[in-house]
Write a protein that binds this ligand. Structure first.
Ligand SMILES: NC(=O)c1ccc[n+]([C@@H]2O[C@H](COP(=O)([O-])OP(=O)(O)OC[C@H]3O[C@@H](n4cnc5c(N)ncnc54)[C@H](OP(=O)(O)O)[C@@H]3O)[C@@H](O)[C@H]2O)c1
Length: 255
C-alpha cells in the first residue's frame, strides 16, 4: 500500500481481523504511512493472499505472512491487533528488532507485565486497550471524578460489546476501573457488568453512585474506524518517544 516517498513502514500484526482490516482501510487517510507487512497466524486461511483482499481495496502487493521475524525487517513501527495468546510472543520480537510497538490487543495475561517491562528498556511500547481518543479522555475524567467524590460513592463499570468479543470485562473497562481505584488511593471496589450481544462495537459507562445522586460518564463507538484512526494517530506519536511504556492518555498530557 503506497504512501509518500520516504513514508514510515508499518507492520500490522493480526491483519485479517476486524481491527486489522479496519486499520488497513484507514491507511489512505495517512499518506505518511506505508504498509510494510501484514502478519497472521501460521494456521490462517488467508496466508499468501494480498493483505487487502478481504477489505475489497486495491491490492497492496503485500502478502499475508506468518513469518514475523521477516515481516519486522525494515519496518519502523508495529501495531498488534492479534490475540492475547499471540501478543506475548510478538513483544520481545519487536524489542529485539528495535521497532516501536502499539499493542491494541486486549485480554493480556499477568505474564505480560514482565514481558512489557523488559521490552520497554529497548523500545517505546504503547499499551492501548482502546485506541479511540474519546476513551482516553474518559479515563482522565474518571480519575478526576473518583478523586473528587471519594469512597462514599460506589463505582459501576459497564461494557456492552458484540457477541464475538473474547474478553470480559473488556480491557477498557478494566483500565477505567483501575484508574478509578488508583485515584482513590486503592480504596473501594469497582463492580463490572459486561454484556456480550449483537454487533455493539464498543460502549463504556462509568457510574458513580452516592447518597441521592448519580454521576454517569459514558463513551460509545459506532464504527471500528474510530479505533483504527486513533491507533494510526497514536502510532505516529509513538515514533517520537523514548523507550518506555506509554498509555493513550500520555498523548494528551504532552500537548
Ligand atoms: N485497542 C482497541 O481500540 C481495540 C478495539 C477493538 C478490539 N481490540 C482488540 O484487538 C484484538 C483483535 O480484535 P479483532 O476483533 O480484530 O479480533 P479478530 O477479528 O479475532 O482478529 C484476530 C487477528 O489476529 C490474528 N492472529 C491470530 N493468531 C495470531 C498469531 N499467532 N500471530 C499473528 N496474528 C494472529 C488473526 O489472523 P488469522 O486468524 O487469519 O490467523 C486475526 O487477523 C482483540 O484483543 C480485541 O479485543 C482493541
Amino acid at each position: 500500500m503506497s504512501g509518500v516517498a520516504g513514508a514510515i513502514e508499518v507492520a500490522i500484526l493480526g491483519a485479517t481481523g476486524r481491527m486489522g482490516q479496519s486499520v488497513l482501510r484507514l491507511f489512505p487517510e495517512f499518506p505518511q504511512l506505508r504498509l510494510h507487512a501484514a502478519v497472521v497466524s501460521s494456521e490462517s486461511r488467508s496466508l499468501g493472499h494480498d493483505a487487502c483482499e478481504l477489505t475489497g481495496m486495491t491490492p497492496t502487493g503485500i502478502a499475508l505472512t506468518a513469518d514475523l521475524d521477516r515481516a519486522l525487517r525494515g519496518a519502523a513501527l508495529a501495531m498488534d491487533f492479534s490475540t492475547a495468546a499471540a501478543a506475548p510472543r510478538h513483544v520481545p520480537m519487536c524489542a529485539e528488532a528495535g521497532i516501536p510497538l502499539l499493542i491494541g490487543t486486549t485480554g493480556l495475561g499477568p505474564d505480560m507485565t514482565a514481558i512489557l517491562t523488559q521490552a520497554s528498556e529497548r523500545i517505546a511500547v504503547l499499551v492501548a486497550a482502546n485506541t479511540s481518543l474519546g476513551a482516553a479522555v474518559l479515563e482522565t475524567l474518571v480519575r478526576c471524578a473518583a478523586v473528587a467524590l471519594g469512597t462514599g460513592f460506589d463505582i459501576h463499570v459497564q461494557d456492552p460489546h458484540h457477541r464475538n468479543k473474547k474478553d470480559a470485562p473488556s480491557g477498557t473497562a478494566l483500565a477505567l476501573g483501575r484508574a478509578a481505584t488508583e485515584a482513590r488511593g486503592g480504596n473501594g471496589g469497582v463492580e463490572y457488568r459486561s454484556v456480550r450481544a449483537g454487533e455493539v462495537v464498543g460502549e463504556h459507562e462509568v457510574e458513580f453512585l452516592g447518597q441521592g445522586e448519580r454521576l454517569r460518564l459514558d463513551h460509545a463507538v459506532a464504527d471500528r474506524a474510530v479505533f483504527a484512526r486513533g491507533a494510526l494517530q497514536a502510532g505516529l506519536w509513538l515514533l517520537g518517544q523514548n523507550p518506555g511504556i506509554y498509555r493513550m492518555a500520555d498523548i494528551f498530557n504532552e500537548k
